[in-house]
Design a protein around this ligand. Structure first.
Ligand SMILES: *C/C=C(C)/C=C/C=C(C)/C=C/C1=C(C)CCCC1(C)C
Length: 258
C-alpha cells in the first residue's frame, strides 16, 4: 500500500473517530438539561447536526475531483468550528440561562470569513478571479462582526453597533451581487453560476435573520434572550449546513461532468 493510499483513509478516519470525543470533552452540562428547556434542546440538536455534517463533508472530499476538494474541506471546517462552539454555548445556556454572546461571536469571527472564502474558492476553481475579491469580502465581514459585537457586549451604543454591522453586510452584498465577484461568476459554468446565485441568496435572506434578531432583541422590546438564541440557532442550520450542502452539490455535479 502506498503512502498516499494510507493517508487517503487514515486522515478521514482520524477526523471522524475524534468527533465524538470532541463532543464529549465540552459536555459538563448534559445532565442538567431540562425537558422544557427548548433553547437548550435546540443547542443540543444543532451541535449534533453540525458534527454529522462535518463528518459528511470531510468524507465526501474523497469523492470529488481535486479542484473541488478545498471547497468541501472549508465547508467541513465551518461546521467543525461551529460544532465545538455549540458545545460551549450549550453549556453556558443550560447552566446560566444567559446568551453565550462571546462564544457566539468568536464562532462567527471564524466561520463567517470561511463562508466568504467559499465564494472566492468556487470562483477560483473555474474562472480567473483576483485576490482583491477575497480581501473585500474579508473586510466586509470584519466590519460587520466587530460592529455587532461592540453593540451586543455593551461597549458602544446598540444602535451604533447595528449601523456599523449593517454597513459591513451591505458591502458584502454589493460585492457578490454587483461587484467583482459577481462579474467573475458570469464566466463560470452553469452549475457553478447557479450555486453562486443560491449562495448569495442565503447571504441575503439567511443572513438577514441575524440583524433582525439583533434589532428585535436590543433595539425594541420584541424578543427575550431565549427567542433570540432560538433565532440565531435556526439561522445557523441554514447558513452553515445548508450552505455547505449547496457547495457539496455543485462539487459532485462538476466532478461527475468530467
Ligand atoms: C455561521 C454564522 C453566520 C453566517 C453569521 C452571520 C452573522 C451576521 C450576518 C450578522 C450580522 C449583523 C448585522 C448585519 C448588523 C448587526 C449585528 C450583526 C452582527 C448581528
Amino acid at each position: 500500500m502506498s503512502l498516499t493510499t494510507i493517508l487517503k483513509y487514515a486522515i478521514p478516519a482520524t477526523i471522524i473517530s475524534s468527533l465524538p470525543l470532541i463532543a464529549n470533552a465540552a459536555d459538563h452540562a448534559g445532565s442538567n438539561l431540562k425537558a422544557d428547556d427548548f433553547v437548550g434542546i435546540s443547542f443540543w440538536f444543532i451541535s449534533m447536526a453540525l458534527v454529522a455534517a462535518t463528518a459528511f463533508f470531510f468524507l465526501e472530499t474523497q469523492r470529488v475531483s481535486a479542484k473541488w476538494k478545498t471547497s468541501l474541506t472549508v465547508s467541513g471546517l465551518v461546521t467543525l468550528v461551529a460544532a465545538v462552539h455549540y458545545f460551549y454555548m450549550r453549556d453556558v445556556w443550560v447552566e446560566t440561562g444567559t446568551s453565550p454572546t462571546v462564544f457566539r461571536y468568536i464562532d462567527w469571527l471564524i466561520t463567517v470569513p470561511l463562508l466568504m472564502i467559499e465564494f472566492y474558492i468556487i470562483l477560483r476553481a473555474c474562472t480567473k478571479v483576483s485576490g482583491g475579491v477575497f480581501w473585500k469580502l474579508m473586510i466586509g465581514s470584519l466590519v460587520m462582526l466587530v460592529g455587532g459585537y461592540l453593540g451586543e457586549a455593551g461597549y458602544i451604543n446598540t444602535t451604533l453597533g447595528f449601523v456599523i454591522g449593517m454597513v459591513g453586510w451591505i458591502y458584502i452584498l454589493y460585492e457578490i451581487f454587483a461587484g467583482e465577484a459577481s462579474k467573475a461568476s458570469e464566466e463560470a459554468p452553469e452549475s457553478v453560476r447557479s450555486a453562486f446565485s443560491t449562495m448569495r441568496w442565503i447571504v441575503t435572506i439567511g443572513w438577514a435573520i441575524y440583524p433582525i434578531g439583533y434589532f428585535m432583541g436590543y433595539m425594541t422590546d420584541g424578543v427575550d434572550a431565549a427567542s433570540l438564541n432560538i433565532i440565531y440557532n435556526l439561522a445557523d442550520v441554514l447558513n452553515k449546513i445548508a450552505f455547505g450542502v449547496i457547495i457539496w452539490n455543485v462539487a459532485v455535479t462538476e466532478s461527475e461532468a468530467k
